[in-house]
Design a protein around this ligand. Structure first.
Ligand SMILES: Cc1cc2nc3c(=O)[nH]c(=O)nc-3n(C[C@H](O)[C@H](O)[C@H](O)COP(=O)(O)O)c2cc1C
Length: 140
């Protein structure tokens, strides 16, 4: 069964661009083998990740990331069966967010600050659909 899981977590300390690159590289390697696709955003000290694939595989993968010391306070914000993938082209796309993305966040949030913990599943889905257009691959 194809599902999409979206969760948020807070980055611990100040992660360098190399740290984020490292997360994305291992995600791309592992997820590709598992037929999992997804995208990762980091903004305002909050990770927002979308994982798509078989329900059991995605569950296992999510639980595997939980003990990672680079993040804390994980919360599943959406978990649903889907007909198609949003991030089909990405084993893990990194969406680097800038001020230019503010209008996109605002479009789907009641607050001006990026706070996905407060967002509803439908808004998260629409946000990812918009943001995936800005995702870029990280090459080793
Ligand atoms: C916010 C966040 C998202 C992550 N997403 C993934 C992921 O989608 N896939 C993955 O394999 N590892 C992910 N990781 C990394 C895992 O926690 C772990 O470091 C990695 O799976 C280890 O892989 P390796 O044993 O191949 O080095 C993520 C880590 C963080 C902090």
């Amino acid at each position: 069964m194809l599902i999409r899981l979206v969760y948020a977590s807070r980055s611990t300390g100040m992660l360098s661009p190399m740290d984020v690159k490292d997360i994305v590289r291992s995600s791309q390697r592992n997820n590709a083998e598992l037929a999992v696709t997804g995208a990762l955003m980091l903004s305002n000290g909050i990770f927002l990740q979308c994982l798509e694939g078989d329900h059991l595989v995605v569950n296992t993968l999510y639980h595997r990331t939980l003990p990672d010391p680079r993040h804390r306070e994980p919360a599943v914000l959406s978990y649903a069966e889907v007909e198609q993938r949003l991030c089909g082209a990405w084993s893990m796309g990194l969406v680097t967010t800038t001020e230019a993305h503010r209008p996109i966040f605002l479009k789907y949030s009641a607050q001006a600050e990026f706070d996905p913990y407060q967002m509803r599943p439908r808004a998260l889905e629409l946000l990812f659909a918009d943001m995936v257009e800005h995702a870029r691959p990280i090459t080793a």
